[in-house]
Design a binder for this molecule. Structure first.
Ligand code: CMC
Length: 392
């Protein structure tokens, strides 16, 4: 009984209220706690944005220093957790490893799984934000057969991650400050994005009272899909497949063909119908990084730019309001930094962890919290009598 709204894909259903992130999709506006993403990407840095998302205000200098210190001191993973990595096939996708290892954190960090205890919630939040780069880097090292590189507490968040991915024991490794800044900006641009599929997954999982590590593992699993976070990997693979600008018309034609399942990866968004402000910053960053690295004539960047231009000039994309999204340019920067495509989505996951955690904290602090339990439109058989096996 009762009247339900039928809304597959939740195109018009608000499932919660929130004070964290605001998006105006028609105007291309993205605000975290009121601050525009463009300002945060150019003036702030990732850990400061983490603080802002988690606690609602920009930190005073001492508060920021304490927060950075706290996060830095939790970057190490329990040594026993290495056995989890070793249980995976060596060619496992790092996202598969991350889903497993983050889920397994609830088997290690028992002292931060009681969600009714405010202190434990805080510890779980810090642990997840601090350990995610270590887990992502170890997943990478494992799949390429290199020894794990442990975090170094004198480095900032982004530099530490780059070092854990690219340093080789017994060899010198200097973090390039240009790459570190670009990495930090990529983290910042992915930090939160209100009720997207993975965040909604985290909220739904947590509505049953599940522990934070289990909820974040669910978010990572959801992010993996090519329509969501997996689009960055799919986009760069598409750009490589196109290869040269003369093949662009063929791929545009395929994207428009209703009988062909192919879509232009890195294009389109459920909410942004004008432009994705993150993509604008990401494009500038790609230009900057490639120039500083002396690879501005990168053929993939040329294909990306010409593909963007061709799509924007095409009436199909204009009518359907399809614009490049955050995933269109991020892969180009990540590839120039030396990451394989399989690491693109893990990087998205580690950066989005703070958004998931902030939304999780907001939700479980709500005294009105109800378990998430959508209804359905049943289209199956009417009631009928069981048929004994000899009569079928
Ligand atoms: N290429 C070609 N046609 C497209 C594309 C595309 N990338 N995106 C949407 N369309 C068409 C689609 O075929 C549909 O046409 P019609 O109305 O004739 O059936 C119309 O545009 C609306 O698309 P939709 O699938 O109903 O829109 P949605 O809001 O459900 O999906 C989306 C949004 C992001 C999943 C989709 O645009 C897409 O699949 N894009 C490619 C994957 C991608 O880049 N994802 C990253 C999203 S941003 C970062 C993140 O969330 O992680």
């Amino acid at each position: 009984a009762g009247v339900f709204t039928y809304d597959p894909g939740f195109t018009s259903t608000a499932a919660c209220d929130s004070t964290i992130t605001f998006i105006d999709g028609d105007k291309g506006v993205l605000l975290h706690r009121g601050y525009p993403i463009e300002q945060l990407a150019s003036k702030s840095h990732y850990l400061e944005v983490c603080y802002l998302l988690l606690y609602g205000e920009l930190p005073a200098p001492k508060a920021l220093e304490d927060f950075e210190h706290l996060v830095t001191n939790h970057t190490m993973l329990h040594e026993q957790m290495m056995y989890f990595f070793r249980g995976f096939r060596r060619d496992a996708h790092p996202m598969a490893v991350m889903v497993g290892v983050v889920g397994a954190m609830s088997a290690f960090y028992h002292d931060s799984t009681d969600i009714t205890d405010e202190h434990q919630r805080e510890v779980a939040s810090i642990r997840l934000i601090a350990k995610m780069p270590t887990i992502a880097a170890m997943a990478y090292k494992y799949t390429i057969g290199q020894p794990f590189v442990y975090p170094r507490n004198d480095l900032d968040y982004a530099s530490n991650f780059l070092r854990m991915c690219f340093a080789v024991p017994a060899e010198e490794y200097e973090v390039n400050p240009i790459l570190s800044r670009a990495m930090d900006r990529i983290f910042t641009l992915h930090a939160d994005h209100e009720q997207n599929a993975s965040t909604s997954t985290v909220r739904l999982a947590s509505s049953s009272g599940a522990n934070p590590f289990a909820c974040i593992a669910a978010g990572i699993a959801c992010l993996w899909g090519p329509a969501h976070g997996g689009a960055n990997q799919a986009c760069l693979e598409m750009l490589k497949e196109i290869g040269t600008p003369d093949r662009i018309p063929e791929f545009i034609a395929r994207a428009k063909d209703k009988n062909d399942p192919f879509r232009l990866m890195g294009f389109g968004h459920r909410v942004y119908k004008n432009h994705d402000p993150r993509a604008t910053v990401m494009k500038e960053s790609a230009d900057e990084v490639l120039e500083l690295l002396g690879v501005e004539n990168n053929p993939i960047l040329q294909v990306a730019k010409e593909l963007e231009k061709a799509a924007l000039e095409d009436p199909y994309f204009a009518e359907k309001k399809l614009f490049p999204n955050v995933d269109f340019y991020s892969g180009i920067i990540l590839e120039a930094m030396g990451f394989p495509t399989s690491m693109f989505t893990p990087i998205f996951a580690l950066a989005r962890t703070v958004g998931w955690i902030s939304q999780w904290k907001e939700q479980i602090s709500d005294p009105q919290l109800k378990i998430g339990r959508p209804r359905q439109l049943y289209l199956g058989e009417d009631a009928r009598d069981y048929v004994d096996i000899e009569n079928r």
